[in-house]
Design a binder for this molecule. Structure first.
Ligand code: A3P
Length: 302
């Protein structure tokens, strides 16, 4: 079940993905043209997958009437490496991956140190998203209670919060996850683009242009004026994606999660509705302690 994770290579790996992470480390051969969309869970993965797909393909799908994002869930267009690899991984699947048209887009929640060597060493690009820990926690707690099997009781807020403060959450500790990608983005800004959900939400237009620039497919002046950027933002917006038939029913991925559970509120600062003063104090302290001197900081939390 989703309750099961284990400390593996210094992170809390969901038990159902341990084999997959090992298998992708062994078999995945990154190409220079690959795009890896990395994230800490519940940080806007689905949003950055949609945006990255739309931005990279903006010349191919310049008409938005039959855009793939209208008929496919972003997790289908940008599959998780952790879902593609695993127990039944074989030569046939290697071939399928080889035959995928360039640029290949993949998602991952795996921490930077545990990515396949070929991703770390090749010139393929990585776009990373995380979120202020306050909203990240609330999103994770509510999501977790939605996807848990009916046979298990819901996790009370306080228990979930204790675990979060210990860093015990799938792919955590969250601070190491964020800091490892952060350091890599500082050392290699052309390789890793580090984004925060909070910033993306605050000024989507600015960040869409920044992402395009990072991938070497900047918008022309004409595209900026003819609504291309706004169209991309629209098609990837929370309201639009949540309302699509394809995102309202059905399941996706190895964990067979109901697609509708990926869309909740999609706002900054909802944590204020769930945090007590003592929780605020405790998490603020941890954030301060863990990120002190790193250059990484978050708005939208105290
Ligand atoms: P909330 O629970 O705060 O609403 P992930 O994709 O990593 O699981 O992240 C899920 C969070 O992203 C949820 O946050 C979800 O509502 C939000 N989200 C989903 N689609 C979005 C979109 N198109 N734009 C902004 N936020 C989105």
């Amino acid at each position: 079940s989703h309750y099961h994770h284990q400390l593996f290579q210094n992170f809390w790996c969901p038990s159902i993905h341990v084999e997959a992470v090992e298998s992708m480390q062994k078999h995945f051969q990154a190409k220079e043209s690959d795009v890896i969309v990395a994230s800490f869970p519940k940080s806007g993965t689905i949003w950055i997958k949609a945006l990255t797909f739309a931005i990279i393909n903006h010349q191919r799908f310049s008409s938005f009437e039959n855009h793939p994002l209208l008929t496919s869930n972003p997790h289908e267009l940008v599959p998780f490496l952790e879902s593609l690899f695993g127990g039944n991984f074989n030569d046939h699947q290697i071939q399928l991956l080889e035959n995928k048209p360039d640029p290949r887009l993949f998602g991952t929640h795996t921490p930077f140190p545990s990515l396949p060597e070929s991703i770390k060493e090749s010139n393929c690009k990585v776009v990373y998203i995380c979120r202020n820990p306050f909203d990240n926690f609330v999103s994770a707690w509510i999501y977790f209670n939605k996807i848990k099997p009916d046979s298990l009781p819901p996790i009370p807020l306080d228990d979930a919060f204790e675990l979060y403060c210990e860093g015990i959450l799938d792919y955590g500790p969250w601070w190491s996850h964020m800091l490892d990608y952060w350091k890599e983005s500082v050392a290699k800004p052309n390789k890793v683009l580090f984004l925060k959900y909070d910033d993306l939400k605050e000024d989507t237009n600015f960040h869409v242009k920044r992402i395009a620039e990072f991938f070497g497919c900047s918008f022309t002046e004409e595209e900026e004026n003819n609504g291309t950027v706004e169209n991309i933002i629209q098609i990837c917006s929370f309201e639009k994606m949540k309302d699509l038939a394809v995102n309202k029913s059905g399941k996706v991925g190895k964990a067979a999660v109901d697609k509708k559970n990926f869309f909740r509120k999609g706002e900054n600062g909802d944590w204020i509705n769930h945090f007590s003063p003592s929780m605020i104090e405790k998490l603020s302290k941890i954030v301060e302690e863990k990120f002190d001197g790193s250059g990484l900081s978050f708005k939208n939390c105290s």
